[in-house]
Design a protein around this ligand. Structure first.
Ligand code: HEC
Length: 196
């Protein structure tokens, strides 16, 4: 099948170019400049992300967006927040590369098909997992609709998992602080005997 061969060739070409790209990035001591990041993201869009011409088979309906949101809040929320804008995700900036706001033009520029491809295959090497086998196609296409209709940042609040953690953290600090004066009172300062 010549189609297959062509695919193989283009795949190894991709691998070589990506290797070059990573090699260049690896030699840099400083963080990549704006132009380099832009080049990298454009290369990523052109070379590694498939599915460009795949059409979303599901209509953009409130129902589909809502279901997409539901799946998103189960599977993606831990890294992307409920709103796709990292709200309440404590480590979002600390991942390498950081978790992007899904509202940014860099992400929104992908076609629906590319977004589905990214969800299915993940992004290697980064923290973005592959969901093939976990989510079915319909679920992924619905999530794509949700990514196109994200609510304002912060409007859905902090995910419950992190809210609890933050509260526990705060409670821990409060407890620790409360223990201080307590500890002092357990060892009362020497009191002079009143002599009269
Ligand atoms: C374990 C953390 C984690 C989870 C869970 C996660 N992601 Fe991501 N996601 C990332 C990181 C990190 C990136 C940045 C990857 C990069 O730029 O190379 C990312 C990037 C993306 C991008 C943008 C890709 C790009 O190249 O700009 C999309 C779209 C995305 N994620 C969608 C999702 C969806 C939908 C889900 C749930 C089905 C999900 N993610 C679950 C960590 C995660």
């Amino acid at each position: 099948m010549e189609n297959r061969e062509e695919e193989d060739v283009s795949r190894s070409l991709k691998a070589i170019l990506l290797g070059l790209l990573l090699g260049v990035a690896g030699c840099k001591v400083s963080a990549p400049g704006k132009l380099e990041s832009k080049m990298a993201s454009q290369l990523k869009q052109k070379l590694t992300v498939g599915g460009k011409d795949d059409q979303n088979p599901l209509p953009v309906s409130p129902e589909n967006i809502r279901e997409g949101q539901e799946h998103f809040s189960h599977h993606c929320m831990v890294c992307h927040g409920l709103d796709g804008q990292n709200t309440g995700v404590p480590f979002a900036d600390k991942m390498a590369p950081p978790v992007p706001l899904l509202t940014t033009p860099d992400v929104q520029r992908f076609t629906d098909g590319q977004l589905r491809w990214i969800i299915a295959n993940g992004i290697y090497p980064s923290g973005m997992p592959a969901w093939k086998g976990i989510l079915n196609d319909d679920e992924m296409w619905k999530i794509v609709h949700y990514i196109r209709h994200l609510p304002p940042a912060g409007s859905l609040g902090v995910p419950a998992v992190y809210k609890q953690e933050q509260e526990e953290h705060a409670a821990h600090h409060k407890r620790a602080n409360a223990e201080k004066p307590h500890a002092e009172s357990a060892h009362p300062k020497h009191k002079h005997k009143q002599t009269d």
